[in-house]
Structure formats: C-alpha cells, structure tokens
Design a protein around this ligand. Structure first.
Ligand code: HEM
Length: 427
C-alpha cells in the first residue's frame, strides 16, 4: 500500500494515532505525527539518527556529499559550504535566475500549450547549472549538460526497490548510468583542475567550494573528490524541488482566480516602471512570497523525511528500537486541521497573520526540514521561487488544460503524477 499510494497511506495512519508502526519488507517503520515529535527527531535527538535508505542508496552517485554524509564529516562540509549561500552570494545568483526566466518568457507565444512541469524543470536546471559551474546545461553540445541530464533521469531509477541488484546487472540503463557518471566525472575533474590552476573566483558556487577552508577545524580545503561530490549533490538537490514548487503554484493560481488577481496586482504595482525583477524587489513582493509559502504548505516538494535510528529512542511513550525507519511528513502536518484552519484551501492571506518563520519554529510548517540537516539551499529556493513567479507572472497567466488529470506522485519529491499541461495566455 505504501508503494502504491504513499501519501494516502500516511493519511490513513495519521487517523489511527500520533505514533503508528508498519513493516516495509524486513524493515520496521514508524510514522510520527506531532510537532513535538518532529522537533525531537530533527533537532533534539538528531544525533541518534542517520539518513534513511533512499539517501544511503544515493551514495553510489553522490558519494559523501552534504545530503548523504553523516556526523563530523557532514558538519565539516556544511561549515565549508555555508558561505556559498550567504545573502551576498544569493543576491549575485539572482541575476541568473531572472535572466533565464526572461529567456523562457521570450520563447513563449500567446495561446501556446505547454507541459509546465517540464518547462519549470528545464528552467531550474539551467539556473543551477549556471550558478554552480557557470555552465550552459541546456546546450546539447555541452558535455556537462548531456551527462547531467542523463544522471537526473537515472537518479530516480536508483531509488526503485531492488535497484541495488539492477545496478549490478549489465542492463541498458545501468550501462548508460555508468557511462554518464564517467563522462561527468571526467568533465568535473577537468573543470576543477582548470579552476584550481587559474585561482580565479568566477562568482559561481564552484568557485566558493574551491575557496572554502575549514577554519574552525583543520584549516584545510576540500579534496577534488569532495568538491565533485558536493557539486553533484547541489545540482541534484537544487532543481527538482524548486521546479515542483513552481508547477504546483501555477496550478493553484489557475484554480483560484481571486488570489491570482491579487498576485497580478502586486506585480503590476512593483513593476509598473517596466524594470526587470531583481534581488532587492524580493522585499516588495510579500503577496508573491505568501503565494509560494502557501503552495509549499499544500504541496511540499519534500513531502516526507526519513531517518534510521542508530539507538533506541522513545517517542510519545513508545519505545522505538535501533535500526527502525522513522518517518515524518511535511505533507501530513501541513494539512492537519489541528493546526490549520480550512487546511485544504489555498489561502495565501493566512501568511500575513501567521509568520513563515514562526510556523517553522512551531514545527507545523517544515518544507525545508530542520536542525543540522535543514536545507542549505532554503534562501536560494525562496529567492529563485519568488523571482521566477514575478518574472513569468508579469507577462503570462496559465490556464489548466480541461483534460488534465491531477494526481500526486510521491517519489523523493512530490510531482504532478499526470504532468501539468497548461495554456499560456499573454497578460
Ligand atoms: C523549494 C525548494 C526546496 C525544498 C522544498 C527543499 C527541501 C529540503 C529538505 C526538506 C531537506 C532536508 C532533508 C532531510 O532532512 O532529510 C533539504 C536538504 C538539502 N537541500 Fe534542499 N530544498 C529545496 C531547494 C534546494 C536548493 C535550491 C538547493 C541547492 C542549491 C538545495 C540543497 C540541499 C542540500 C545540499 C541539502 C542537504 C543539507 C544537509 O543535509 O546538510 N535544496 N532540502
């Protein structure tokens, strides 16, 4: 049942109680469903847990990057990478975000019908390619672009049941996967080598990684292997989540015309003089930010978080043994009527009384997780999300194709199961 409809399965568990248990094959699993227990798992007792199976599987691709590494090593990497996400750097990345948004906007024609989910994925992939390596990922002739695209496809295969076995068999997809990984490694190591020799700071994330030193630790920088692992991690972690958030936002706006009008009114006011969105505009777009916050409440891209217990721990009076899988779910928490009025409705206005940060501190809203494993790209994602909504929403509105079925596909991220075909109308 979990595999068929993971979200529905957790919804049913939530009706039974705050701590529920089930088996996934040989694995004993627990689902926790109160803000106190979420906080306990992600913050207070985080040291008793490691990442769940999906991310451990991802090690064959990502190595020991931020998403997959543990304990001291993870903390060291986190310290070194943090500066790449400082406000000043994000302000610089904002330029690339808007530039790619405008490029896409220029390609569209009034009345076009497009798969908006694919468009948003293409957009965020290009942005992460640019901000990470100053590379043009879109170009077919670009080696890194081709290999990255194959890897993104392959990444999902890695997470299938029995993928450990599949990966070892000489099947076409595993051969392609290995080939893509090899090409990518070659290209990345070449770039790292060239950058190291030139010593130039080109303002992208890669430059930051090369400059990073563990000042609180041994004072050393990262090895080439570590830089490679972090580049791939940021590339994969940094685009699909934001793309899904944007897709669901366009969908929600198309279904709520009064909210859509308010969103457009804000954009028309802020950009009345015709200037292109920029980093400073973020603070002038509170309604747009609320729209995104509300969209990630209803459709949190990271819909569930999993951990493996390394020792026994008690949650809500239940003893949870060592080596159990422990799940918490932003999706279930964000739809919980104990914490949210009209929980299933799209009401961006609720964020004008309820602060985003405040809801986060209460652990009733945690689209970016929490504690030491909290999303490092959170500010990047808010900036990218709000600026792209502004850049595209300024010129276009989206109408759902009446034949489009809506469903949830809960893989690592929450995707629209049947895609998101929409008509693009000039505003
Ligand atoms: C709407 C967009 C995004 C959402 C909803 C999101 C969500 C999350 C969540 C929930 C986690 C924690 C996972 C866990 O605890 O198991 C996480 C971790 C992470 N995210 Fe994001 N993310 C987004 C965008 C980004 C972007 C843009 C980047 C990078 C450019 C990024 C990089 C990472 C990394 C490296 C980690 C691992 C952090 C660590 O363990 O130290 N994410 N993300």
């Amino acid at each position: 049942m979990f595999r068929k409809n993971p979200v529905g399965f957790l919804e049913n568990l939530a009706k039974l109680g705050d701590v529920t248990s089930f088996r996934m094959g040989p694995q004993q699993a627990f689902f926790l469903n109160t803000p106190e227990m979420v906080r306990d798992l992600l913050i207070v007792n985080a040291h008793k847990f490691v990442k769940g199976r999906a991310l451990q599987r991802a090690k064959s691709l990502l190595g020991e990057g931020l998403l997959t590494s543990e304990s001291e090593f993870h903390l060291r990497q986190r310290r070194m990478i943090q500066p790449a996400f400082h406000r000043q750097r994000i302000a610089e990345y904002a330029g690339a975000m808007v530039e790619f948004g405008e490029k896409m906007s220029d390609e569209w024609r009034d009345g076009d019908e497009r798969d908006i989910d694919k468009e948003m994925m293409r957009l965020t992939l290009n942005i992460v390619g640019k901000t990470l390596f100053s590379a043009n990922v879109e170009s077919e002739t670009n080696e890194i672009g081709g290999a990255m695209t194959t890897l993104v496809e392959m990444f999902n295969l890695l997470l299938l049941p029995f993928s450990e076995i599949l990966e070892k068999l000489p099947l076409p997809h595993s051969i392609r996967f290995k080939r893509a990984k090899k090409t990518l490694d070659k290209v990345i190591y070449k770039i790292i080598d060239e950058r190291r020799k030139s010593g130039e700071d080109t303002g992208d994330l890669l430059s930051m990684l090369l400059l990073a030193q563990d000042e609180e630790g041994d004072g050393k920088g990262m090895s080439d292997r570590q830089i490679r692992d972090e580049c791939l991690t940021l590339f994969l972690a940094g685009h699909e989540t934001t793309a899904n958030a944007l897709t669901w936002t366009w969908y929600l706006l198309s279904q709520n015309s009064e909210k859509e009008d308010k969103f457009h009114a804000e954009l028309d006011e802020v950009f009345a003089d015709g200037h292109a969105p920029n980093f400073e505009d973020y603070a002038r777009l509170p309604y747009t930010e609320s729209v995104l916050a509300e969209s990630m409440r209803l459709f949190p891209p990271a819909w569930a978080l999993g951990r493996l217990s390394t020792e026994e721990h008690e949650f809500g009076g239940y003893q949870i043994p060592k080596k159990s899988l422990v799940l918490v779910s932003p999706y279930i928490a964000h739809h919980d009527s104990r914490f949210w009025k009209n929980a299933d409705e799209f009401i961006p206005e609720r964020w004008q009384t309820q602060g985003i940060k405040e809801a986060g501190q209460k652990y009733i809203y945690f689209p970016f997780g929490g504690g030491v494993r909290r999303c490092i790209g959170e500010q990047f994602a808010w900036t990218e999300g709000v600026l792209l909504l502004a850049t595209l929403g300024r010129n276009w509105k989206f109408r759902l194709d009446p034949k489009q079925k809506i469903g949830l596909q809960a893989m690592i991220t929450l995707r629209p199961k049947y895609g998101m075909r929409m008509m693009i109308e000039k505003r």
